[in-house]
Design a protein around this ligand. Structure first.
Ligand code: FMN
Length: 176
């Protein structure tokens, strides 16, 4: 029995991976810089929606990574759920949801993500009026069509590929 064989199982795993709920999950976000070099950094996972095929994290809008993603929005993010021995590689296209985003649903996501930030992360910004978000705070929302899922434990190994097909997902077990 593998916990990564279907998108429903992956959603269940990730439901416990958002900060403050174990198992804690981190995201390793790759980007390409202005010189064409690959860059990578640790990010805190803020949300995952298997049905919508989206994942999100947050950062300062003046960060290097946002500049990289504006130039090249196609970039992989690798999630490592250490306590479960699961790696998920998501082939994403990124949307930078900053103060200028016009879509009310995206601004609602930005507000709930801000409100869910721990105090130490909030302290990096000026305190906003209640119900508002500091101007430089932004959400990075990745939309994905393909997930490479690997379970790697001392006693178990499994490898799956999940591909978006219309409104659902096609899941295939890989030989190795
Ligand atoms: C455990 C951990 C979690 C982190 N989470 C975030 C995060 O959620 N958002 C963020 O902008 N930076 C986060 N960072 C810092 C980034 O890894 C990175 O150093 C910083 O954002 C600057 O990256 P950039 O210059 O490529 O934009 C985290 C670092 C660590 C070690």
């Amino acid at each position: 029995m593998s916990p990564i064989g279907t998108m429903a199982e992956i959603q269940q795993l990730l439901a416990g991976a958002i900060p403050s709920r174990p198992p804690h999950g981190f995201a390793y976000l790759a980007t390409v810089d202005a010189a064409g070099a690959g860059r990578v950094r640790t990010m805190t996972l803020r949300g995952f929606d298997a049905a919508a095929g989206t994942v999100w994290t947050s950062c300062h809008s003046a960060s290097q990574k946002t500049a990289h993603l504006r130039r090249q929005p196609q970039a992989e993010v690798c999630l490592w759920l250490g306590e479960t021995g699961v790696q998920l590689r998501l082939e994403c296209t990124w949307r930078i949801v900053d103060a200028r985003a016009a879509d009310p649903a995206l601004q609602a996501l930005r507000l709930t993500t801000w409100e869910g930030q721990p105090p130490a992360a909030k302290a990096l910004y000026d305190t906003p009026a209640p119900g508002t978000v500091p101007e430089p705070f932004c959400v990075l929302r990745g939309t994905f069509q393909i997930i490479d899922a690997l379970l790697i434990r001392p006693t178990a190994y499994a490898h799956f590929r999940h591909v978006r097909t219309g409104s659902g997902w096609y899941s295939e077990k890989l030989a190795r």
